[in-house]
Design a protein around this ligand. Structure first.
Ligand code: FMN
Length: 344
């Protein structure tokens, strides 16, 4: 039996398989099942910026409805002074924010009381908002680390790549000011000069990077002639983008790397470790095959290590990262000349 333990974000994981943030990590029951299935760590379902804004709007809407003349006496409405109204709205916005956050903090405390594996909280942010203060309270609630899912789609034609990069840096810097526990950032690949930008971000005091989040991709329904929802789950072939960038960046970034998107089998876990990841994150495969798939992946990794006579993950981690291979150019080839030549 090989030693599968790995250190990720300064946390000791019994193995490198992490349950990624998803609806499955939103329930105590599932998290206990994941612990029993031998998962290394868990990233909780994110608290979403949009979720807080939604809760706030919902509360404001229901209060506006109560001021509707059809629902309330007209005189009452006319008597409502505007500054009282603004003050009330402000109060409700803060209340909704606090309510959503408190539910999340209570959940973290419950999970920490119930399982022994490391628990990484997650916030999904697209602006600087109040994340730094939220992160502080998440640390106080007992989470072992925080993953910031900063997913910025650079679709605003008035903004430059520098504007987007500054926003990433600002969110990280703001959160760092208030917390001392490890921060990881789950990133998009929609960044310019990807190597240079990610190496710079890795020097911003974060403990880890997750390469990459899977964006929601809209599709088009050609019968209804409308925009539809693309597949939210990855396929087992979707890991190649993350694999290339993990291999290129391993040993070059100044933080740990974890892989995400398309990790569906122990073979893919092995590939990411060879490329230089400290850990991998899985979501879609657990939806499609069930939580017990974690056990199959851990066992598969163990059997493979035994077959190669590797005693620890560090015996082979990074062996096939770009800095360690004889022909580094293979990772940078983007044209299919050789493959095409073989096919045609
Ligand atoms: C149903 C579902 C819900 C998800 N919710 C979150 C979330 O709340 N926060 C987050 O950072 N990622 C979320 N993700 C993204 C996953 O954490 C993961 O990065 C992505 O699915 C790619 O990994 P996979 O190929 O193993 O599915 C979600 C994914 C799925 C399928």
């Amino acid at each position: 039996m090989a030693n599968l333990s790995t250190n990720y974000l300064g946390l000791e994981l019994r193995n490198p398989i992490i349950a990624a943030s998803s609806g499955l990590t939103n329930s105590l029951d599932n998290i206990k099942k994941m612990e029993d299935a031998n998962v290394g760590a868990i990233v909780l379902k994110s608290i979403f910026e949009e979720q807080i804004v939604y809760e706030t709007n919902k509360m404001i809407q229901s209060s506006e409805d109560s001021l509707d003349p059809m629902k309330k006496g007209l005189n009452d409405v006319l008597n409502t002074r505007s500054y009282d109204y603004m003050e009330a709205m402000d109060y409700m916005a803060n209340f909704a924010k606090e309510h959503t956050l408190k539910e999340y903090l209570n959940f973290i405390q419950l999970i920490k009381r119930s399982v022994k594996i490391p628990i990484i909280a997650s916030i999904n942010c697209v602006t600087t908002y109040d994340w730094s203060l939220f992160a502080k309270r998440i640390q106080e609630a007992g989470a072992d680390a925080i993953e910031l899912n900063i997913y910025l789609l650079p679709s605003d034609i008035t903004k430059t790549s520098g504007d987007y990069e500054d926003l990433y840096k600002k969110i990280i810097a703001d959160v760092r000011k208030y917390v001392s526990f490890p921060i990881s950032v789950k990133l998009s690949y929609y960044l310019s000069s990807l190597s240079n930008t990610l190496i710079a971000l890795s020097k911003s005091g974060i403990a880890g990077m997750v390469l990459f989040n899977k964006p929601y991709n809209p599709d088009i329904n050609i019968d209804k002639l409308e925009i539809s929802t693309g597949n939210i789950y990855s396929s087992e072939h979707d890991y190649l983008r993350s694999l290339r960038w993990t291999s290129i960046l391993a040993s070059r970034v100044q933080c740990d790397l974890a892989a995400s998107t398309g990790v569906h089998s122990y073979e893919t876990v092995v590939k990411f470790l060879l490329a230089g990841s400290k850990a991998v994150q899985v979501a879609s495969v657990l939806y499609e095959k069930g939580i017990d798939e974690i056990t199959a992946m851990v066992n598969g990794l163990n059997t493979w290590m035994d077959s190669k006579n590797f005693k620890t993950i560090d015996d082979f981690r990074g062996m096939l990262s770009q800095v360690n291979i004889v022909n580094p150019a293979v990772l940078e080839r983007v044209q299919f000349m050789k493959s095409y030549a073989n096919i045609f």
